[in-house]
Ligand binder design. Structure first.
Ligand SMILES: Nc1ncnc2c1ncn2[C@@H]1O[C@H](COP(=O)(O)OP(=O)(O)O)[C@@H](O)[C@H]1O
Ligand SMILES: [Mg+2]
Length: 486
C-alpha cells in the first residue's frame, strides 16, 4: 500500500454527498483498503487496477496517475470504469472515483468486525461471486481467473546464472518508476543459436508470471500459418466469444488486441526467426507470414495492458524503429553464459576432469550452453565422460551438430552479408567501416554495406568495438574452416 500515504493523511475533500471528512487519521481506512485489495486479489485486481485504486484513494487525477504509471490517461479512465464496477459489485453500492473513500468509510464498522473474525464464511460483507467477478471485470464472458498455458516452454529447474540480467529484464518488462523504465509491450531476446534465449525467456516468464492474469507460451518452431496460429492463440486463451467473431486475420487481430486491452496477458513467441526469410537481409518475414509483423506492430503501437516476449536469432523488421531506453519496445542481445554457470551445467551432466580442464573446456564453448551440451554428449558417448581424454585427442569442436548450428546461421545470410563475414575472417582482426567499404564495396553503394552490417549486428554475428567490427571467435573459426575447404 505504498502510495496510500496512510499514517496521518489529512482529508478535507468534499465528497459527492456533501460530507466533509476533516483531519481524520486514515489508519483505519488504510486497513480497510488493504483488506479490500487483499480480499479481491488475486482474482480480480490487476496491477494497473490496483494503481488506479491507490491513486484515486489519494485524490489524484487520471492524468497524475498516468504520469506515475507511464500510461495514457484515457486508457486509465477505461481501467477505472471497470474497477468502479467491480467495487460496486463487491460492496453492493455504487462506487465511483469520487466517492470511493466515503463508501469505504460507510463500510467501516462492518469491515473492522470482519477483520476480527477468522473465517470468511462469517463475513457479513457482500461476497463477490465468481460469476459477478466475471461480468464485473470484463463486462462479457471472458476469463478473470489467472490462466497459464506453458506450451512447450522448457523447464527452468536447471537454469543457472544470469541473475543480474533477469533482474534487469524483469524491470523492463514490468516497468520501474524509480529508474524511469516504462513497462515493455514487446521485449525481444535476440542472439545466436544455442546461446540460451529460450531458456532465458522461460525463466523470465516464470519469474514475472504472478504479475499477469494470463500467460501463454507459443512456439513458432514449426512456422505455423498465421491464421492458424491466431486461432489457436485465441482458442487457448479460452475466449470462445472472440474466437467466433471473425474469421479474417485482420478481424482476429482486432479481437486479440481487444483481449490484450481487457486482460493483463503475457504472451511468449519463441523461435520467431523460424518465420523470417533466409538469403535476404535479416528480419524480413517469410512470404505469407507478414501477418505476424502486422500483429507485432499493433502490439507495439497500440495501448493495452499486456506484454509479449519474443526470442529470435534475428531482429524482426520494425523493432529498431520503435525501441529505446524509454520506449515500450525493448530488445536485449543474449550473450554467452558466465563461466561459473557453464561449470554448473557441466556439473549437472556429471562430466569429470580437473578444474583447469573444465575451465578450458568452458572457454572453448564461448559461453554457448548448446555447444557445451553437444560437445558433452560426444564426450559422454565416446570418452566415458572423461573430459581430459577428449581434449587430449581433439580440441576441435567444429563437427556434427555444432558445425550444423553455425552453418545454418551462415546459410541464412544474404550474399553481401556472407562476403562481409568472409572478409572479416580473412582479416582475422577488427575491421573499420572504411576498410570494409573499400575492400568489399567496389561498386556496391555504401548504403547497402550499412544495411548489411546492421543486419549482421541484428543477427548477433558481429559486434562493434572501438576500432571496428569483429566476429565471434567460434564463427570466425567456422568461416576459416569453410574457406579452407572451398
Ligand atoms: N542459463 C542456463 N542454464 C542452464 N542451461 C541453459 C541455460 N541457458 C541455456 N541452457 C541450455 O542450453 C541449451 C540451448 O539453450 P536455448 O535456450 O535453447 O538456446 P537458444 O534459444 O538461444 O537457441 C538448452 O539445452 C538449454 O537448456
Ligand atoms: Mg530457442
Amino acid at each position: 500500500m505504498d502510495n496510500l500515504q496512510p499514517k496521518a493523511e489529512a482529508i478535507s475533500t468534499a465528497e459527492n454527498n456533501g460530507h466533509v471528512i476533516k483531519q481524520e487519521r486514515s489508519h483505519e481506512l488504510e486497513e480497510l483498503i488493504t483488506y479490500l485489495v487483499n480480499y479481491l486479489k488475486p482474482r480480480v485486481l490487476s496491477d494497473l487496477q490496483e494503481k488506479v485504486l491507490r491513486g484515486a484513494w489519494s485524490g489524484q487525477t487520471y492524468v497524475k496517475i498516468a504520469e506515475k504509471t507511464f500510461n495514457d490517461p484515457d486508457y486509465l479512465k477505461g481501467i477505472g470504469a471497470n474497477l468502479w464496477k467491480i467495487l460496486s459489485e463487491a460492496l453492493s453500492e455504487n462506487v465511483t472515483k469520487r466517492n470511493i473513500k466515503l463508501v469505504v468509510k460507510r463500510k467501516h464498522q462492518k469491515l473492522l468486525d470482519i477483520n476480527q473474525k477468522t473465517h470468511h464464511e462469517e463475513i457479513n460483507l457482500p461476497k463477490v461471486t465468481k460469476s459477478a467477478l466475471k461480468t464485473a471485470t470484463l463486462g462479457n464472458e471472458s476469463v478473470t481467473n489467472s490462466y497459464r498455458d506453458w506450451g512447450d516452454a522448457p523447464d527452468s529447474s536447471l537454469f543457472h546464472g544470469r541473475t543480474q540480467e533477469l533482474a534487469t529484464l524483469e524491470r523492463w518488462l514490468i516497468g520501474d518508476c524509480d529508474r524511469n523504465y516504462r513497462r515493455s509491450r514487446v521485449l525481444a531476446l535476440l542472439g545466436i543459436g544455442g546461446i540460451g534465449k529460450t531458456a532465458l525467456a522461460a525463466k523470465l516468464a516464470r519469474q514475472v508470471a504472478p504479475k499477469f492474469d494470463i500467460v501463454i507460451w507459443k512456439s513458432l518452431r514449426n512456422a505455423p500459418n498465421f491464421k492458424n496460429f491466431l486461432s489457436e492463440l485465441i482458442f487457448t486463451s479460452g475466449d470462445r466469444q472472440m474466437f467466433c467473431i471473425s474469421d479474417t486475420a485482420e478481424g482476429q487481430i482486432n479481437n486479440l488486441m481487444d483481449y490484450l486491452r481487457r486482460n493483463r496477458c503475457l504472451l511468449i513467441f519463441d523461435h520467431l526467426d523460424n518465420i523470417l526469410a533466409s538469403g535476404k537481409l535479416g528480419g524480413q518475414y517469410l512470404d505469407g507470414y507478414q501477418g505476424y509483423g502486422q500483429l507485432l506492430r499493433r502490439i507495439q503501437d497500440e495501448s493495452h495492458q499486456s506484454s509479449v516476449i519474443i526470442t529470435s536469432r534475428e531482429k524482426p523488421t520494425g523493432l529498431s524503429l520503435r525501441e529505446g531506453r524509454k520506449s515500450l519496445v525493448r530488445s536485449h542481445v543474449v550473450k554467452g553464459l558466465a563461466k561459473d554457470a557453464m561449470l554448473k551445467i557441466l556439473d549437472d551432466r556429471g562430466l569429470t576432469g580437473s578444474e583447469s580442464t573444465l575451465q578450458q573446456f568452458c572457454d572453448r564453448c564461448e559461453g554457448n550452453p548448446l555447444i557445451l551440451k553437444m560437445a558433452t554428449a560426444t564426450i559422454e558417448a565416446l570418452f566415458a565422460g572423461d573430459l581430459h581424454k577428449f581434449i587430449s585427442h581433439n580440441n576441435n569442436l567444429l563437427y556434427g551438430g555444432i558445425w550444423q548450428l553455425l552453418d545454418q546461421q551462415f546459410q541464412r545470410l544474404s550474399g553481401l552479408e556472407q562476403q562481409l563475414t568472409y572478409y572479416l575472417a580473412l582479416e582475422n582482426k577488427d575491421a573499420s567501416f572504411t576498410q570494409l567499404a573499400d575492400n568489399i564495396g567496389g561498386k556496391i553503394p555504401y548504403c547497402q554495406i550499412i544495411e548489411a552490417l546492421e543486419s549482421l549486428q541484428g543477427r548477433s554475428l558481429i559486434e562493434i568495438t572501438a576500432t571496428g567490427f569483429i566476429q565471434q571467435p567460434i564463427m570466425l573459426e567456422y568461416l576459416k574452416k569453410k574457406l579452407l575447404s572451398n
